[in-house]
Write a protein that binds this ligand. Structure first.
Ligand SMILES: *Cc1c(COP(=O)(O)O)cnc(C)c1O
Length: 426
């Protein structure tokens, strides 16, 4: 085989065979490392939106507005922590953290060590908390970067304290209290015992104590009230035992807007920072602005004759007198495949039906070309901007509606859009 020459097109090329990848008429072996006839500068100028006709827009003015709306719900002196985990719920951790801090937030929270490191490397110097206990092996990174972990196991606490002590440092942490959600934390009636277990360690510094509510966004108050009583009991028992709980915090977005009695010293703002109400009950009571839009440009427009199918499985059949337009985004970008044939998009202020299966990288929608409807007939062209999430004229498509159609919550939909599209901060 090898001797025949041109069999192996992935590197086994011989002089006898034409090079299937040959693209440079001057330098024969361009793809093997010879200089290409474009300057670095020229190539660098081709921006994200020229490389990809699908993108996310994030309005930082909305992030600022939502931060202020939440801050206004807190009594003076109550601190606000901006939760920017999961890349700020898909909105971009660094710009959103910057805006939140400039608009009334005092500190930042994330879920993982890497998320915290990204913020420190970007130059943020404010208090920075990981809302869970990271692996023991990451402790030097926490100390070196002044990242405050949640703590709830003696093993982690002691390893953390010892590592700090060995380097002549303090080990600040937030004690997580389990008041009923049963996700993480020391049980509310065991916090004093836990403190005693780790209390001998001089480097450990309890700078905060917190819990998390399981039902703050649910209509019924019963379980919420019970968690609140248990948390208050835990804080009181710590104080009675002569321990300082540090900054006491419990509330997420739902609590900020619904339960002022649970604000304590600080509240943690997540989903509402990005413009979403934590529950239906709050709609219309707080003025929040969604920050994220998703847009794409049409890459192909065609007449599809009556009866012809579209996309994998050909489940959609053309009713005739339609144009089928293609968009270069798909489920790999967060346009969930379960929405196939159900989603709408907006072109020139008019809703259009997405049709056929949503593919990994592309999807199609239908433009009705029949005259006589109340809408003017559209004239879709390649390059036209289409809205997948956001407002165009009087038409609007929201993450809230999409979450409802998918049977999930806005958090998951927003985070889903973060994967592969360029994010334009406005
Ligand atoms: C994610 C998270 C939050 C933010 O919750 P939202 O409902 O998005 O406001 C607050 N606290 C903890 C512990 C969290 O994990």
């Amino acid at each position: 085989m090898e001797k025949d020459g041109f069999i192996n097109m992935f590197g086994g090329r011989t002089d006898a065979a034409p090079d299937p990848y040959r693209c440079n008429r001057v330098a024969r072996d361009a793809y093997e490392g010879d200089p290409v006839p474009f300057s670095e500068e020229e190539l660098a100028q081709i921006d994200e939106r020229s490389r990809r006709w699908a993108w996310i827009e994030v309005e930082q003015s909305a992030i600022a507005h939502n931060t202020r709306a939440a801050k206004a719900k807190l009594r003076p002196g109550c601190r606000l922590m901006a939760v920017v985990k999961a890349d700020a719920y898909g909105h971009g951790a660094i710009p959103c953290a910057r805006t939140a801090l400039a608009s009334g937030a005092d500190s930042l929270a994330v879920a993982t060590v890497d998320e915290a490191l990204e913020l420190r490397r970007a130059g943020f110097t404010c208090p920075l908390v990981i809302l869970a206990e990271p692996p023991v092996a990451s402790i030097p990174l926490l100390l070196a970067n002044r990242i405050q972990p949640a703590v709830y196991t003696p093993e982690f606490a002691l390893a953390y304290g010892e590592c700090a002590d060995a380097h002549n440092m303090m080990a600040p942490f937030h004690l997580a209290v389990n008041t009923g959600m049963n996700r993480i934390g020391v049980r509310y009636d065991q916090v004093v015992e836990f403190r005693r277990q780790i209390g001998f360690h001089r480097a450990l510094d309890q700078v905060g104590t917190f819990t998390h509510f399981a039902t703050a966004d649910c209509p019924d108050h019963f379980d919420f009230d019970m968690q609140l009583r248990r948390f208050t009991q835990a804080i009181n028992s710590l104080r009675a035992a002569g321990e300082n709980p540090g900054v006491v915090h419990a509330g997420n977005s739902a609590v900020i807007f619904r339960y002022p009695q649970a604000h304590f010293d600080m509240a943690r703002l997540g989903i509402s920072l990005y413009g979403f109400h934590a529950c239906d009950e709050l709609r219309g009571t707080a003025d929040l602005r969604p920050a994220m839009s998703v847009k794409a440009r049409i890459t192909s427009v065609k007449d599809v004759p009556l009866g012809d199918g579209v996309s994998y499985g050909l489940h959609y059949r053309s009713p005739g007198l339609v144009k089928i337009c293609t968009l270069p985004l798909g489920y790999a970008d967060g346009f969930n495949r379960l929405l196939s044939g159900k989603a709408k998009v907006i072109l020139n202020g008019q809703y259009c039906q997405q049709v056929g299966n949503i593919c990994m990288d592309q999807c199609m929608f239908e433009v009705n070309m029949r005259r006589g409807s109340k809408w003017p007939v559209l004239d879709p062209r390649e390059g036209d901007v289409v809205t997948i999430i956001g407002r165009d004229g009087d038409a609007e498509l929201t993450i809230t509606d999409m979450a409802r159609d998918l049977g999930t919550i806005e958090h998951e939909v927003a985070i889903g859009f973060s994967h592969r599209m360029p994010r334009i901060q406005k």
